[in-house]
Design a protein around this ligand. Sequence first.
Ligand code: UDX
Length: 462
Amino acid sequence: MADVIDGREFGLKVELAVGVVGLGYVGIATAVALAQHGRNVKCYERDPEKARRMRDGNVPIFEPGIEELFGGCVATGSITLCQSLAEVLLDSQVVFVAVGTPPASDGSPDLSYVDQVATEMAGVLQLGQVIVLKSTVPPNTYHRVRLTIEREHTRMQLPPVDFDVAVNPEFLREGQAVKDSLFPERIVVGVDSDRAAVALRDVYAPFDSPIVLMDTVSAMLVKYASNCFLATKISFINEMARICELAGGDVSEVARGMSMDTRIGQQFLRAGLGYGGSCFPKDTVGLLSIGRSLGYEPEVIKAAVSVNARQYVVAIDKLVRLVGQLRGATITVLGLAFKSDTDDTRESVSLKLISGLLEAGAVVRAHDYRTVENARRELAEVAYFADPYEAVVGCDAVVIATEWIDYRGLDWARIKQLMKGNVVVDGRNLLDGSRLVGLGFRYEGIGLLDHNEEESLRSPHD
Ligand code: UDX
């Protein structure tokens, strides 16, 4: 395919209207980014209650800055919330599909929402429209969407329509969705026709980001590969953390030394309790299942998944060692979200840790800055607190489970007084261990040097 294409030869409309179907994290961020870059965006959300609330300016996700931007775009008319898919397709030359693909029981992505949208679109599709898959789906979904639409056309006895299916994976991080979607580091576009390539280049022309054009299968694999690579980086450093503990090293120093090699880089080398969230767990298991369906066992990804699955147990083992019997002990878990700056608890390691503690017979108290209610829906038998100081009252041990930076700034001397015990297991290597030991805590991070020993070795005159 030509790398530089002249759109005029395809007679594209000068001012493209753009459609977005499915208003979850990705759909909302996509709509806002396109609208902020001057596109006229028509959105459709099939959940009528959610759509109604959004029309009133209530964005159903917590994401810094998104509510204001979305509301502003709706007010100025650059985003329109349509009542039907047909309304979106009537005006939009390019339609992004950003519906959910939750993992099915075998780990493969459940494509029923994608299928539904493809089936519904078939009846209202217009000549030359480009359907762009934004959702993370297996590489062959591109063909599946095309076949579904063509089959529906035959079933409804409609004349065949010439349309395109393209792939444009999303790489945004929760908590940074606005920045990541307004200023992406790269825009990966998978197409199988010059017409689709031109249309997507036009849509993204106002963005100051490189557009990487390729075939549809490779484009979708870029998404899986990126997420699995980052997840593997985390599992790798968590494995190094274990080796550091056994050998007497400090994983934060190891990571610091490694990261100065530009081939390795600084990011995603924070050891901790492992990764959670809506992407890494789903996409690692998803790529495993894709590999297996093709007759190949992806060994590296399998190892990344298995290290991660056991990682929260590291905190439980430390508690058992430091507190003794967990049955009847009171443990306060600080942090419920799968990472900081979000209220999302999907696949949160914190909730897995809490379940493990409850199974071991511990009494669990928990705090989060954003997401107590989400966690309560999943785990009712926990005492939840909006104030971290109330959460620690009378507990034997505190575990930091989410990397909320605010935990660093807490008054740890006061916490020491409020607790019954003195154990802190820092599952995100967030706190200053020496300082905590100085305050009288028994402190352990993940793969760090033992500051407790340093303190006990220190002479009384130090
Ligand atoms: C991720 C990808 O970063 C993003 O590009 C993709 O589109 C979706 O998945 P997100 O899930 O929002 O984004 O969170 P991210 O910031 O990547 O963190 C994922 C998990 O890894 C969190 O649980 C976090 O605590 C953990 N993590 C991250 C570590 O344990 N160590 C690290 O060094 C970095």
